[in-house]
Design a protein around this ligand. Structure first.
Ligand SMILES: [Zn+2]
Length: 397
């Protein structure tokens, strides 16, 4: 809907609100504004709207509308509109004026405080928003669930992980939200955040407890498996670490680029690089991935020398071409080339480097944010698990 259409609907809503307020309470007429003034305000507001000055129009309508139970919803809609237009101070004033009204019904009081909390969130006054939302929770009201959702967002922003887990757990107890996968995944990440803090303090045992808690919210949480693998690896439990890393690969194969490093370290520590090669070959048979190709290339190069590695890479590139693979191949040929050929090969290498640099390795599949690093939470849209590898998967390009 265009903004003009939206304001037109708003106008109708306001006028309807005014009419209802006017005729539903005829006995209060004596203390209301004079009806001539109201019509005048209404047409002044209309004039602002027609002149494309919606902010002035909203101010005029707010002044014109008497607050009573028939017009409260219109006031709430206007307050929310002001907030969305970035006029948070005015939105706060509208909502505070509603709250100051004596004898405001419980439902409207909650709805208004909820809106006021959203104003405070928009203004960055998270402490005040938190206070209002907790007040609503204390009243065991209908708005409880919405208040809990906003509290989770506030605690996430403030990195108050334990409180975020507490509010999210309360929501998940409600059968309506029990299967909210995004909420479950986010809560698992809050546990992982706590686990990472504990790992930094070398408290592996306590970190493991948090990871177990993470799996209770989302049993396929890749981050929890990565952290668990890290703990097992540094304790020398390489088999257990490999098990966790393979678990990630089976549930989220797009993490393969991040898995191969720790996998190779674990197999190397156990002196079982042949098993690693076997694993890489089985991964390759399931679908070509440039990371797997490059890891296999390095292994073959080390064990069987340049020629065997080049043969393998030529075959892999013919099947699914990739700039990264081509770069490796050129690197081998540069070292074997004479001076002139070396010069031209080096310039081709530089060109490929530039092309590779242009490609972002990760992208958020929710908002499109691009990055060279992987983040569990998208820095732009704040959603969890939406950042995915983009150029690793040769088959997809
Ligand atoms: Zn995003």
């Amino acid at each position: 809907m265009g903004s003009l259409g939206f304001y037109f609907l708003l106008l109708i809503a306001i006028f309807a609100g005014w009419l209802m307020g006017r005729f539903a309470y005829p006995r209060k007429r004596a203390i209301d504004k004079d009806s001539g003034d109201l019509f005048e305000d209404y047409f002044v507001g209309l004039n602002y709207l027609l002149n494309d000055e919606p902010d002035e129009a909203i101010d005029t309508f707010i002044d014109a509308l008497e607050i009573n139970s028939e017009t409260i919803e219109t006031h709430l809609a206007l307050g929310a509109l002001l907030r969305r237009r970035g006029k948070v101070d005015q939105a706060i004033k509208v909502h505070q004026a509603l709250l100051a009204r004596p004898g405001l019904e419980q439902d409207f009081s909650e709805a208004t405080r909820l809106q006021l909390a959203l104003d405070h969130i928009s203004a960055g006054l998270l402490d005040r928003a938190e206070h209002l939302l907790n007040e609503i929770l204390g009243e065991a009201s209908n708005s409880k669930w919405e208040a809990l959702h906003h509290l989770v967002t506030i605690y996430q922003t403030e990195k108050e992980w334990e409180k975020a887990i507490g509010s999210a757990s309360q929501l998940l107890e409600n059968s309506a939200f029990k299967k909210d996968f995004e909420l479950r995944a986010a809560t698992a990440h809050y546990c992982c955040e706590l686990a990472e803090l504990l790992l930094d303090q070398n408290q592996d045992g306590k970190a493991k407890v948090q990871l177990k808690r993470a799996f209770s919210f989302d049993r396929d949480n890749a981050r929890a498996s990565f952290l668990l693998a890290r703990i097992e690896q540094r304790r020398g439990n390489f088999k257990a670490a490999i098990k966790q890393l393979q678990r990630i690969y089976s549930s989220s194969p797009d993490f393969v680029g991040q898995l191969l490093g720790p996998l190779s370290e674990c197999y190397e520590q156990m002196g079982m690089m042949c098993d690693f090669e076997e694993l890489l070959r089985s991964m390759l048979s399931e679908g070509s991935n440039v990371n797997v190709v490059l890891a296999l290339f390095d292994l073959i190069n080390k064990d069987a020398g340049n020629e065997a590695a080049m043969g393998f890479l030529n075959g892999a590139l013919a099947e699914s071409p990739s700039l990264e693979g081509l770069q490796k191949l050129l690197g081998l040929q540069v070292s074997a080339a004479d001076d002139d050929l070396e010069k031209s090969l080096t310039s081709v290498q530089k060109l490929i480097d530039r092309m590779l640099y242009k490609n972002f390795e990760y992208q958020c599949n929710h908002c499109g944010y691009e990055s060279r690093n992987h983040y569990w939470m998208c820095p732009s849209c704040k959603k969890w698990d939406k950042i995915k590898a983009t150029i690793n998967d040769v088959a997809a390009s």
